[in-house]
Design a protein around this ligand. Structure first.
Ligand SMILES: [Zn+2]
Length: 172
């Protein structure tokens, strides 16, 4: 299976929104051509719909995309991304909520987690020093362990959205 993203592949990969939503989503140029064998995920905010962001990853061997909604209000100044464990001291961590896939999502169930607002965790994880005073990557671990941790936590987030979290845990 090709793991280099095309706009069509991204739209087809969405598991927690309607076909109409997938059709209307903006697949930004920077995402097209991303090789999911090389990065843990592609994440971006929809430039035309500020209440939408997306994360596309290789989950259990399949290109899998999810719609995320930024939760408004309650701005926290210093917070840590739950995926890449980078601490931001400037409020640039957002509580993103994802509708659950399938019937659970249609009933209004969602899963939320704090993530870097710019969804650039794969890039930030590979930094070897602070890129600016307000962004503090977890430099306590070697980069390969940081990358492996990010992979595990993204998979866990996707499993929670799909509702296969318990199965994933018991087989881990
Ligand atoms: Zn992050």
């Amino acid at each position: 299976m090709p793991t280099t993203l095309t706009a069509d592949a991204v739209r087809r990969s969405m598991i927690n929104c309607s076909k109409g939503d997938a059709k209307r989503m903006t697949v930004v140029d920077a995402v097209v051509g991303t090789d999911l064998d090389a990065v843990e995920f592609a994440g971006w905010q929809d430039p035309r719909m500020p209440q939408r962001a997306y994360l596309v990853t290789l989950h259990e061997g399949a290109v899998t995309g999810v719609l995320l909604r930024p939760a408004g209000g309650g701005a926290r100044r210093t917070a840590m991304c739950a995926l890449c464990r980078t601490t931001h001291t400037d409020g640039e961590v957002t509580l993103y909520t994802a509708p659950r896939a399938g019937a659970a999502g249609r009933e209004g169930n969602s899963v939320g987690t704090y993530v870097c607002t710019d969804l650039a965790c794969p890039v930030t994880t590979r930094l070897e020093r602070k890129p600016c005073p307000s962004v503090v990557p977890d430099l306590s671990l070697p980069v390969d362990e940081r990358v492996a941790g990010l992979r595990v936590r993204v998979d866990g987030f996707l499993a929670a959205i799909r509702g296969t979290e318990d199965a994933a845990r018991s087989s881990a």
